[in-house]
Design a protein around this ligand. Sequence first.
Ligand SMILES: [Cu+2]
Length: 348
Amino acid sequence: MKQKFYNKFIILFVIIGVVLAGMLYNKYRTAGAPAQLTTVNENSDAAKAMEAIPAKGVPMATQTQGLQPLPYTMDGTTKVFHLTAEPIRWEIVKGTIATAWTYNGTVPGPLIHVTEGDNVRIIVKNELPEPTTIHWHGIQVPNNMDGIPDITQKPIQPGQSFTYEFVAKPAGTYWYHSHFNPDKQVSVGLSGAFIIDPPGGLNPKPDVDQVLMLNEWRIIDGQTYAAMPATGMDGNFFTINGKSYPETQQLNVKVGQLVRLRFIGTGQMIHPMHLHGFPFTIVATDGNDVPQSAQIMKDTVEVGPGERYDVQFTPDRPGKWLLHCHISHHTTNDHKDPGGLMMIINVT
Ligand SMILES: [Cu+2]
């Protein structure tokens, strides 16, 4: 009788032990598993990142082209610029409208164009539904102007402003972008170009000088999501300066003119950009001039996330010459070919 009681006790003890061990194992497995192996139920950050950008009450853009030169006022010797981070509905190709988070209502944001040594002040207002900051990618700013949330500054809360101030240096092709929740915020539009001219301008001066910002978008059933490669959230639209082909800008050039293209990789994918008709020379990388003895000629340049390549060429014969990404899926609009990262260089 006594023995039977002990047997039951031991069985109960083993069952409780197995259940407890299972619970502990599960807790340990979840904590240690790579993010993509946890389910949305287990990972509230994943669930939040995969939500659509709220579209309710977001107005249509009143402008149709990004990278417009940003006007400024002078305060003594300082150039004063204003940027407002705000949601806008942005048509990236006919019939496809993204709910974008923008600077001043355009994708990309405005072009800040100054000369090396200029004192600049940029007053940033946050009209987004979440905090943000701006990082001045590649510009040699003081640490407290670098825009890193909780490391160099407090995040700019919705409705609040922050003033960035620095000397623009050195000369080159740079860009600015959100550094708060960048996986989402940069993906859905929070970036713009920042060009610093050398004193006296470029020598030789290009006849045509064009910034080309490359990005990926995820738009499903009219809803915009952050395009996050390798998470199952791949992009299905691809843009040059906020537009997919055939809405990308056509660049008009004359035979014999010096053309400078400034590629900026703002998304999370590599885009090997290929020019038909003529090779080009890579004259600057990430804002730094390439010494003439080290310059190489190519017809395809891989533009990775965050990278800038300034390339120059002089067309010697007329035609509609294509410039496009050589990852063929990136020249489609939601799987429809042609589209995406394609534009025409029209040489006359
Ligand atoms: Cu590509």
